[in-house]
Design a protein around this ligand. Sequence first.
Ligand code: SF4
Length: 402
Amino acid sequence: MSVQAIAERVRAGGRVSDREALELYADAPTALLGRLADTIRARKHPDGIVTYIIDRNVNYTNVCVARCAFCAFYRPVGAADGYVLGFDELFRKIDETIEVGGVQLLLQGGHNPDLPLAWYEDLFRAVKTRYPDVKLHALSPPELLHLSRLSRLPVAAVVERLVAAGLDSVPGGGAEILVDRVRRLLNCESKATADEWLSVMRTAHEAGLRTTATMMYGSVERPDERVEHLCRLRALQDETGGFTAFITWSYQPPNTELGGAEATGIEYLRTLALSRIVLDNVDNVQASWVTQGGKVGQLSLAFGANDMGSVMIEENVVRAAGAAYCMDEVEIVRNIEDAGFVPRRRNMVYDLLGAPLYRERAIPRRLALDVARAPGDDAVPAELAQYPARSRVGKNARARRT
Ligand code: SF4
């Protein structure tokens, strides 16, 4: 089928096959891809509203046994600069988040063998006791799988226990590209195969949790594998309807084992537009301005995105790979309005929470992103001594403290 014929079908509201998606991706002019994605965005969001959420992205530990080749964030067990945040540190971060109008904590971290399931349950309960209104958007599928393996419990049982402790929703991290050939090359097949990632999401959806879905492109995958990734997400969404939103970002090569070059802004916009076209059953598509910068983030609103993601207060993962852009609420709103849209705050399930908060009350401006830990701070939280460690290094460290 010609590109024009496929475009006509998309305009009429039809679904594209994987072959047609690949044809569009390879041959359609960038402006056409953008117009098609924008048509779908306008059909799904005719009110011209562009949303964002005020939350905080906290990485509770950087210690990880998975060792993905694309990751500049993790530290091996026993590394001098490996950390686990204490409950008190997390409470302070939540206090700061609430101060700027935040409604949620996005909590993700490394696969730390010395943090058992009970640590997560206790943390979630402590957060919910102190902050009953703060939502916990926590633990991507590979982290849930890691906890399932560590505790020798089925994923469904882990999810059930975490929900009982306060888990509200699951972020879609760790998907990278849902093709095992790619996952082997990225050394992330053992943390979760493509089927395992999808299966954890299915389990979460069946437990009543809403989740997001993601794609990290631009490492070692081929264009047809990006399309396969999107089609697999679309198939699961047909089955469960559990994804609230899709987010794609480009692989960030600096400081990684894999190395290489970063995809360009045009490739980002083409990939974003293709995602909007293929994922016809996902309502919301986010702009990834943290990796692409505010300008490309703003352009994303003409290439299918209807959401500016999070007003970031803290970011550690992208920063470890060299750069992370920062925009506070004032700056995000300026970008949305300048692009001709109406800014609205939202929560994780896309309920509208209201107009920009800073117009209603004075909130502190945040012009630089925080980090999980100040450099050189190697404090070990006191409560860790209560939990059994799995690694030899962790067992020795805890034996010394007791
Ligand atoms: S991407 Fe996540 S799982 Fe992979 S090494 Fe980094 S922290 Fe660990």
